[in-house]
Design a protein around this ligand. Structure first.
Ligand SMILES: C=C(O[C@@H]1C=C(C(=O)O)C=C[C@H]1O)C(=O)O
Length: 376
């Protein structure tokens, strides 16, 4: 016991020195920051940091210590950069915001596009955000919707980005990177499947059930209880509902939303037949203008990283040191570059806040092809 106390005393003495040296180092870094503000030089100097890591590693012995001191210095230099970015913010040297702040969106006169057909969940999400009387049209694919926005054929698109049980809609992430369109809002709607049939039909009449394959799977427990029901897959839940109306056959039913049932004049025979209750989908509202709402509190970005050990760690440190809470991270393969990835990160904040400006500044310097997908 006495030996431990003695050793800890030694550690305390060393740490006293280290703390003083840390403070001294940061003071010098702050002078470097002032110099950079005056001279307009960039905060991050990749070559200098690389050399510094080699230099400190050469001053200690053994692989374990070489790695350890490099890790320590990566952290020290990251903190030094954070301090300098803060100085830049305080000196007002961060320039204009990359997006224009608006008080509200012009919802009434807007023309909005969704993917699918009448009665699709995308339409329900659109109406949840823009109201039932919205001026809208629909297109066949997500890409068609993104093109309609880019060309200006529509002011906004409402598109799914994530389902609570099935996860990310991968194609949307790729399209957000590819197109110069931006997220301005999001809306979450419950995805509650029903069994719907012709008015007057009874559940005992049913012999065939139509729906999209995913919806048949999401409701498999309910459907499989009726062993004699034939399950038939069609392209869309709303298409299934439409078929029931057109065929006028009481033995047929659709697995679709209550909304699609309403659109095609069907009766809900059994409500909420999902295996998983609380199944919901998050939809984003996309436009071709770089705007954000005053009360926006979430930012989505994407970036690529150099193939180096620690590069993701260094990027993520910008969130930590600016006290920003990261809410989501996804990665997608980069087309044409096997086993390289583009990262998509959501974090809390508004672009007008200094901490966010600070983080974006740092991220832009250190990540490749940083793109701000929107603040909403
Ligand atoms: C302090 C500087 O700024 C940054 C931080 C460094 C450090 O803490 O040693 C090194 C290079 C820069 O990325 C500098 O440019 O010297």
């Amino acid at each position: 016991m006495a030996a431990l106390e003695e050793l800890r005393k030694q550690l305390d003495e060393i740490d006293d020195q280290m703390a003083k040296l840390y403070e001294k180092r940061m003071e010098v870094c702050s002078k470097v920051g002032e110099y950079k503000i005056q001279s307009g030089r960039k905060v991050f100097d990749r070559t200098r940091e690389k050399n510094k890591l080699l230099d400190v590693a050469s001053k200690v012995s053994g692989e374990f210590n070489k790695k350890g001191i490099q890790e320590l210095y990566q952290q020290l230099m990251s903190m030094s950069r954070k301090l300098q970015y803060q100085q830049l913010v305080e000196a007002g040297a961060l320039g204009k915001l990359p997006f224009i702040q608006v008080d509200s969106l012009e919802k009434e006169s807007a023309r909005v596009v969704f993917q699918g057909v009448e009665g699709a969940y995308g339409q329900a999400a659109m109406q949840a955000y823009f109201g039932e009387n919205v001026n809208s049209f629909h297109v066949r694919t997500f890409r068609d919707a993104m093109e309609a926005i880019e060309e200006g054929a529509a002011d906004y698109a409402v598109l799914p980005i994530e389902n609570s049980s099935a996860g990310a809609v991968n194609e949307m992430y790729d399209l957000l990177d590819e197109f110069e369109n931006y997220i301005v809002a999001e809306t979450i709607i419950p995805i509650t499947n029903t069994l719907s049939g012709l008015p007057g039909a009874d559940i005992s009449d049913i012999q065939r059930v139509y729906s999209k394959a995913e919806a048949l799977m999401q409701t498999s427990r309910f459907l499989d209880e009726q062993a004699h029901w034939q399950q038939i897959s069609v392209v869309n839940t709303a298409v299934a509902a439409k078929k029931i109306l057109e065929d006028q056959d009481k033995t047929q039913a659709a697995v679709c939303s209550a909304y699609a049932a309403k659109v095609y004049g069907l009766s809900v025979l059994v409500d909420e037949i999902n295996n998983e209750p609380n199944n919901s989908t998050r939809f984003i509202v996309v436009t071709n203008q770089k705007i954000f709402l005053k009360e926006a509190d979430k930012i989505s970005i994407c970036f690529e990283l150099p193939h180096e050990s620690g590069s993701l760690y260094r990027i993520l440190s910008h969130f930590i040191y600016n006290d920003l809470s990261m809410t989501k991270i996804e990665s997608r393969p980069i087309e044409g570059r096997n086993w390289e990835y583009r990262f998509f990160v959501d974090f809390e904040g508004n672009m007008a806040e200094p901490a966010v400006k600070n983080a974006i500044r740092g991220l832009r310097e250190e990540a490749r092809n940083l793109k701000i997908l929107g603040n909403y």
